[in-house]
Design a protein around this ligand. Structure first.
Ligand code: GLV
Ligand code: GLV
Length: 355
């Protein structure tokens, strides 16, 4: 291979590997056992000559790495993620390295996990499963694991971009929930969908669903029964959900986070969960991954999963393919647009914060 491309992790599928090899690349996949590579680890992987790197959201791609990559002749870096809060895009620009992410292929998969957490929290699936396994079930009872009926309740979405809108549709269509959302941008297609679905229900003699675009995030927090967070993480969304905003939510609300951990003040959340046993959360992401803030793991009203929202086979293979195409597209003018799996080029400039 003429071009040296590094992947800091092994990734699912073989298509991404074949794409790179067929296009004259020598691919090196890091096999270090360590889960999270340090900046020093990655510098030694880059070495003296490296044309492009596929990296992971657990790595800090800043000045140090982009300057090392540029010195090694590198032209492209792709994050295997839709989020790029771990990437300093200005530093990449400064060193002439193009940056890519992998949007699109994970939209539905991530929305499905947010829906799974919403349902699991509403019906207390995890608590009930634990109860069965430890042998506590000794017969049906009217009070046993009573949860919330979603039908007719209101789902709140903060950040109605691709993932937030897909989640909203699932909850509205699947469970006949009303929608309230907050985003700087109007989610026109989503609004049209809910209107049309409401008309369909009405024509069938059912209660129609409704939508509302909130004028503030607080309005969503006050009114919704289930709230899912879908902003990108940046300075404006850090601790978006804090102590004061948790206090605005209904006592029996459900909060779901499949975006980035620091969007929620996790210490304040643990306090809120302790003080409000009927309040439930479903969390895929945490402030200090892989750690949880003290006390969170003991809360029965919290469901916690290890950042798996994009973890379906189809999606992870698609992300790997997009990451390879991002790198190829820069190092050798590969015709990325001819690929049907290609969703968007390079850094997704349409991703935007909700506030
Ligand atoms: C996963 O968290 C991603 O950003 O793709
Ligand atoms: C519950 O199992 C019922 O039959 O109502």
């Amino acid at each position: 291979g003429k071009y040296r491309v590094i992947s800091t992790k092994s990734m699912p599928g073989t298509r991404w590997i074949n794409l790179l090899i067929e296009q004259d690349c020598r691919l090196e996949i890091c096999t270090q056992k360590k889960t999270i590579l340090s900046v020093e680890d990655i510098i030694s992987l880059i070495g003296d000559k490296c044309d492009g790197v596929i990296g992971q959201l657990t790595e800090e791609w800043g000045e140090t790495l982009f300057s090392a990559l540029s010195r090694a002749g590198g032209k492209a870096f792709s994050n295997m993620a839709v989020g790029y809060n771990n990437v300093d895009v200005n530093a990449a620009n400064k060193y002439g390295v193009a940056v890519g992410n992998t949007p699109g292929v994970l939209t539905e998969t991530t929305a499905e996990l947010a829906a799974s957490l919403s349902l699991s929290a509403a019906r207390r699936i995890v608590e009930a499963d634990e109860f069965m396994r430890v042998g506590l079930y000794d017969g049906w009872l009217p009070h046993l694991f009573v949860g919330n009926l979603l039908k007719g309740q209101t789902v709140g979405v903060i950040g109605a971009g691709r993932i937030g809108s897909a989640y909203a549709r699932m909850m509205v269509e699947g469970f006949k929930m009303n929608l309230i959302y907050y985003d700087l941008y109007q989610a026109t297609r989503l609004e049209k969908f809910v209107t049309a679905y409401g008309q369909f229900l009405e024509a069938n003699g059912e209660q129609p669903v409704t939508w509302k675009r909130a004028s503030s995030m607080e309005e969503v927090l006050r009114e919704a029964d289930v709230i899912s967070l879908h902003p990108i993480l940046d300075k404006t969304t850090y601790h978006l959900v804090n102590k004061e905003r948790l206090a605005m939510m209904k006592k029996e609300a459900i909060l779901v986070n499949c975006s980035r951990g620091p969007v929620v003040d996790e210490v304040a959340l643990v306090e809120h969960l302790k003080a409000n046993p009927m309040f439930r959360v479903g969390l895929d992401v945490f402030e200090d991954e892989p750690y949880m803030k003290p006390g969170l793991a003991d809360m029965k009203n919290a469901i916690v999963v290890p950042h798996i929202a994009s973890a379906s086979k189809w999606t992870r293979e698609g992300m790997a393919t997009l990451a390879a195409l991002n790198v190829l597209g820069k190092i050798k003018e590969y015709p990325v647009w001819s690929d049907p799996n290609r969703v968007e080029p390079f850094l997704d400039e349409n991703s935007r914060p909700p506030a």
